[in-house]
Design a protein around this ligand. Structure first.
Ligand code: HEC
Length: 94
């Protein structure tokens, strides 16, 4: 029993990287542009408005993330749509 309890969160963590991303135009961009420096879980655990995402993406660009303006715009839209503040996440109520 104890072992199972330990393994489950580790498994969930590993899978979250690849499979929890909602489909959409920005999905590949996210994997391409944003996965270089940290896991995508850093991003998918975050919730923000469109403005919020725009400034997060901006600050990532200043850290070294690169993409065309068009790619970054698509990405911000994707993030705001899928990880916006109005989206309820049952397991992560704050
Ligand atoms: C060049 C490296 C790099 C790339 C590429 C990058 N990031 Fe980051 N990101 C970081 C670093 C470093 C941190 C930790 C910053 C800190 O601790 O303040 C971070 C932290 C974050 C956080 C957590 C922010 C917080 O305030 O805790 C989010 C969300 C995030 N990144 C989103 C993104 C997104 C979206 C992209 C793609 C556009 C991206 N990152 C691409 C370096 C990068």
């Amino acid at each position: 029993m104890k072992r199972v309890a330990l393994l489950t969160p580790m498994l969930a963590f590993g899978l979250a990287q690849a499979q929890d991303l909602p489909e959409g135009k920005g999905k590949e961009l996210l994997q391409m542009i944003c996965a270089d420096c940290h896991g995508l879980d850093v991003i998918t655990s975050q919730r923000a408005t469109k403005d919020g995402w725009a400034s997060i993406v901006d600050s990532m660009v200043s850290r070294g993330a690169s993409g065309t303006k068009e790619q970054l715009d698509t990405l911000v839209d994707y993030l705001a749509k899928n990880f916006g503040p109005e989206k309820k996440v049952e397991s992560q109520k704050k």
